[in-house]
Each structure stands twice: as C-alpha cells, then as structure tokens.
Design a protein around this ligand. Sequence first.
Ligand SMILES: NC(=O)c1ccc[n+]([C@@H]2O[C@H](COP(=O)([O-])OP(=O)(O)OC[C@H]3O[C@@H](n4cnc5c(N)ncnc54)[C@H](OP(=O)(O)O)[C@@H]3O)[C@@H](O)[C@H]2O)c1
Length: 275
Amino acid sequence: MRYLLTTLAVVAGFCGVACAADPPAKPPVAEPVVLITGSDRGIGFALVQEFASRGWRVMATCRDPARAAALQEFAAAHPAVTIDALDVADDAAIDRLAARYRGQPIDALVNNAGILGDVSGQRLGTLDPNGFEQTMRVNSYAPLRMSQAFLEQVAASKQKKIIAITSGAGSLWLAQQTHGFYYYSMSKSALNMAMRMLQNDVRSRGILVGIVTPGPVDTDMQREYRAAAAQANTPVTTPAMTSADSARALVNYVETLSADKAGRFYSYDGREIPW
Ligand SMILES: NC(=O)c1ccc[n+]([C@@H]2O[C@H](COP(=O)([O-])OP(=O)(O)OC[C@H]3O[C@@H](n4cnc5c(N)ncnc54)[C@H](OP(=O)(O)O)[C@@H]3O)[C@@H](O)[C@H]2O)c1
C-alpha cells in the first residue's frame, strides 16, 4: 500500500443533452479546439480553465451539466467554452455527440474522466465483479471508444492529439511493491496499453497519442484515496498539488507533445515513466 502511495505521488454557454435528432451543434469554430471529458470538477474543470486562459476553444463535457454549477458559471463568463452532457460509459451517447460535432476539427481530445472505483470492493477477500467492470469500462474502454468516435475530427485538426490522463498506479514497474486498489491500477495499465496500440494505428495519419499522469492532485478522488489509505493504516503523507498547478503542467504537455514523445508514458513534470 505504501508503495502505491509513492506511486501516486510520482505520478498519483451551450448546454444540452445531445440526441439523435440534434442538428449539428454549429459551424466549425476556429482552432485550436479541445474536447475534455469529466469537466465538471477536479482536474477536468481545472483543464477547462487553463485551456481557456490560453486561447483554446473548449468543448467541456460532463455527465450532468445541470449539476455542474462551477462549470456553468465559468462558461457563462467565457464564450469560448461550451458544455455538452456526456457519460463516457454510454457508447450511444458518445456516438451521438460525435455525430453532433461532425466536421468540427478537434485539436486535442483529452480523456480525463476517471473513477477510483469502490475502494472496499477491490481488495483481496472482497473482490466485486461489478466494481471491476465499472472501473475498467470508465478508465480503460471509454478513452479508446472516445478515440474511435472522434478520430475523424482529430484527424481533421492541425494539432491532431489524443490525450489519456492515466496514473502511475498503472505502471507495472512502479507497482513492484504495490498493495490494494487492484481495479484502479489494472484499469490504468489497460489504458496505457490501449493508448500505445492506438498510437500504432493512427501514426500514419499524423495523430499523436499522449499518455500522461497528472501527479498527486488534491481532488475528490485523491481525498477518497487518502481516506481509504488512512483506514488501512497506511496514511499518505506526500503533498498533493492543486488542480490548477497540475492543469498548467498538463496543458504544457499537450501543447508541446511531439512525435518522439507520443505513445510513451510521461509524468506531468516531463519525466518518462517505465511501463
Ligand atoms: N487526483 C489525482 O491525484 C490523480 C492521480 C492520478 C491520476 N488521476 C486521474 O485524473 C483524472 C481526473 O481525476 P480527478 O482527480 O480530477 O478525479 P475526480 O475529482 O474524482 O473527478 C472525476 C471526474 O470524472 C468524471 N467521471 C467519472 N465517471 C464518468 C463517466 N462515466 N462519464 C463522464 N464523466 C465521468 C466525474 O464526473 P461526475 O462529477 O459526474 O462524477 C468527474 O468530473 C482521472 O482519470 C484520474 O484517474 C488523478
């Protein structure tokens, strides 16, 4: 468990529900454009703010825009930010959103949405298959499914970037002494593999796939993780950075992502992480 903590330390408006009948959202907007999943809180919301501050057009997506008060308030003050509903565990919803934005180049598709999963159901002795399926679905499958659905929009853009927000918890090398949180760690390893293979498939189209950890960031997920670790008598003492600081580093990473770094596993601070 302690090692996992170290691992995580190293690594650790328009608003509407798109539906089949929706017309195209609007004519293509100017570049650069970023689409972010899980934008209503945590690192996702910080990414919305950081990209917007740098002049990007931001397509912010979240499960329930009606409950995303802070994001709504931010979008109301920043016309370059739009909001769409998207549950990344819903393939049909992903396809509807992609259809709605057909013809809209997307310079960076940032797959940020993620879950820690039910912490009590992913320990030896309490393994719960439903928790496994949900965690794998959201953390591993959904980013790949999003990449498939939005591939043409990314390919039509200038920057052509697909980004996965992963975790050092997914590194087999760092996990040599890790305990606990099986599903979360497994889901991030699977995500890394999916993104590495995706890079092979899309390289010929000039698309760059970025695999990056945000570091230990003070969000709901990190707080839940720390509470569970404390309960297991392995309290986390490493400081967590603010989501704004992490987002600044992550957007630097996105903006400077080049072919030589694509398909490899990086930390928010520029260090490469062993698989
Ligand atoms: N915080 C860290 O220290 C840390 C470290 C390593 C990696 N990460 C990774 O960074 C990413 C963001 O984490 P965070 O710390 O910001 O977590 P967070 O505060 O718990 O936020 C998670 C975000 O993901 C969204 N989400 C979850 N399931 C979704 C679904 N099915 N469809 C759409 N959105 C969904 C949540 O939306 P709702 O509000 O609707 O639930 C929320 O916006 C995750 O991929 C996480 O694994 C975080």
